[in-house]
Design a protein around this ligand. Structure first.
Ligand code: ZN
Length: 392
């Protein structure tokens, strides 16, 4: 409901007058098209939300979760494995409900506005790889939590948290080197002005870079991106090929300087620690909640650790929205800081032009409603970023 209100406010905040800062990258027609795109994407999001909510209410009313739980137990496995089977079934059902929306977004909406480059083969492979990865990683974490709570009872939250934190930390190192290459091809950025710019920046900032990569983002979409991820020797600097094509070497260097800013200013470890603290808080609350045992009756499920965890996840999703908003507020502050860093390490002019280029190419909403921003946006509205940079 809160999310739907934010979406509706966002639609009402659309302003037909083009902000003057964008006069050189948008004409009236393209600006109108960007607003039409925002409208259609928002309406599709509202539909998806409504269908998801209706499916959840129907499942609660019809006792579907009790039935799935019975199915999981009927396999005759232990508590942990039955819990994994139950969550696996729920995840599969939610995947099936979300799939038509995902297909529509990729092959209708993104296609009509010229963003889509994904073939059906890539789309299917992405889904399969994504499902396998979440079964492996999500399933592994879930198994740890179920096992510790099943073994130690409520005090299990502490070892469960420690183990989950260790897995998350390891993922930070492993993701850029082992997981991202499962989805994209990394190739060395050819010698030239851009590569020299980036190597120069890394030298000045004291980062050791063995290689700068280009990744084939154009295989899926025309949207551009860049990242500077991982730690130490596991670090990877990469630019999407789409970004390399549409930006000048100066603008692309400004984007990379912004990403380096996040690393240099300690944003990555701080957000990581905050995420671990959030996980600890949730596991602790879960330990209090599991003692109450009302959850299984409510859902028609047999009393178990996974029934408690599932009820907890359902009941605490509004609190999750608030926690998410708090994280986004911090993240938006970090974005301003990284912009300022890029203005100093490279220059403000190129950073502004890069942001304008990205916004125009992505048909970004230039006038989001403040409530929508507060709730969902990890990045500040692009106009505010540009105005701040212009003061640098
Ligand atoms: Zn950033």
């Amino acid at each position: 409901m809160v999310r739907a209100a934010a979406s509706l406010l966002n639609l009402r905040a659309l302003d037909p007058v083009l902000p003057e800062e964008f006069a050189d990258v948008y004409d009236a027609e393209r600006y109108a098209r960007s607003q039409e795109y925002t409208c259609r994407a928002t309406r599709a999001g509202l539909w998806e939300e409504a269908v998801g909510l209706a499916a959840l209410l129907a499942a609660l009313g019809l006792g579907v979760f009790g039935w799935l739980d019975g199915l999981a137990w009927s396999l005759g496995l232990g508590g942990v494995a039955s819990g994994l089977a139950f969550f696996g079934l729920v995840a599969l059902a939610s995947e099936v409900i979300g799939l038509p929306f995902s297909i529509w977004r990729t092959f209708v909406l993104e296609e009509e506005y010229g963003f889509n480059r994904t073939t059906w083969k890539t789309f299917v492979l992405d889904r399969v790889k994504g499902l396998l990865l979440s079964a492996l990683l999500g399933g592994g974490l879930l198994a740890l939590v179920l096992w510790f709570f099943g073994w130690l009872g409520p005090v299990g939250w502490l070892p469960a948290w420690t183990a989950a934190a260790a897995v998350s930390l390891a993922m930070q190192y492993v993701a850029p080197v082992w997981i991202l290459p499962l989805f994209n091809k990394f190739s060395p950025l050819p010698r030239g002005e851009l590569r020299e710019n980036i190597e120069g920046l890394a030298r000045e900032q004291g980062f050791k870079l063995d290689e700068v990569y280009v990744i084939d983002g154009s295989r899926r979409s025309t949207r551009g991106n860049a990242f500077f991820a991982g730690f130490g020797a596991w670090r990877r600097a990469a630019l999407f090929d789409t970004l390399v094509e549409t930006m000048t070497p100066g603008q692309a260097a400004a984007v990379m300087a912004h990403e380096m800013g996040h690393a240099r200013l300690g944003h990555v470890p701080r957000l990581l620690l905050a995420g671990l603290a959030r996980m600890g808080l949730l596991l602790f609350l879960l330990s209090l909640f599991l003692g109450t045992a009302i959850e299984s009756e409510m859902l028609g499920m047999r009393p178990s650790v996974h029934a408690g965890l599932f009820a907890f996840a359902l009941l605490f999703s509004p609190a999750g929205l608030l926690l998410g908003a708090a994280f986004n507020a911090v993240s938006r502050r970090y974005e301003f800081q990284a912009d300022r860093f890029a203005a100093k390490a490279w220059n403000a002019r190129d950073m502004v032009d890069a942001l304008k280029r990205l916004a125009a190419d992505n048909l970004a909403n230039l006038t989001p409603h403040p409530f929508h921003t507060a709730l969902h946006a990890s990045h500040p509205p692009v106009l505010r970023r540009i105005r701040r940079l212009s003061r640098e």
